[in-house]
Design a protein around this ligand. Sequence first.
Ligand SMILES: Nc1ncnc2c1ncn2[C@@H]1O[C@H](COP(=O)(O)OP(=O)(O)OP(=O)(O)O)[C@@H](O)[C@H]1O
Ligand SMILES: [Mg+2]
Length: 224
Amino acid sequence: MSAIVAAGLVKRYADGARRVEAVAGVDLEIAAGTLVVLEGPSGSGKTTLLGLLGAMIAPTAGSVAILGEDVTHLRDHHRAALRRAHVGFVFQDLSLIGAMRVLENVLLPLVPRGGARPDERARAIALLERFGLGGERDARASRLSGGQRQRAAIARALVTAPEILLLDEPTAHLDGANAGGLVDALCALRDEGTTIVAATHDARLARDARVDRALTMRDGALVP
Ligand SMILES: Nc1ncnc2c1ncn2[C@@H]1O[C@H](COP(=O)(O)OP(=O)(O)OP(=O)(O)O)[C@@H](O)[C@H]1O
Ligand SMILES: [Mg+2]
């Protein structure tokens, strides 16, 4: 089964008078339960492609199907609902709210659903423990180290139990030991059946032997 199928994907931005083709014709199938790494130089379109694959943004042309459902022509609120149900995101800047407690940050994706049910709160606490943050759950997120922040952002992305996890530069702020730990965590999630796509510049992640597939982007296209 394919978790994500993209065909003829194009995303153009109008940047003043300049038009940028951030994604310029991508065909891609991501098999369910695989760990895929997306490499490429700065500006090659990795973040834009992740946004398209996860139904964060709508393509200019082409199509995206998530778990067999075509999301291309969905209205914004339907696309958002499908994304919230099936996709977890870890953004490049992590987007944790420093003044909020770690557990409150992890519970944030449940707010649009009306807040955490008791079982969801228990899941959030279990995720924090899994990622070595059990003792930090009542700390302000601003007090976490870089590696802890990264793990808290992943716990947050997983709180809705998504089938698909998309990460943008997940090792950007990590030293060697923390980067290795992150790859271990991603492999464990993949082995439990989660489909993972990670955009990265980082050879520590891209060259890891446990990665199922490494794709390279250049100028908005996948290098064959
Ligand atoms: N919202 C936007 N409006 C206009 N142009 C954009 C927008 N987002 C991205 N771009 C442009 O699209 C191209 C691809 O950007 P993107 O952020 O996807 O690349 P990237 O591979 O993730 O880069 P990096 O490695 O620096 O994160 C760049 O030329 C960028 O300037
Ligand atoms: Mg990027």
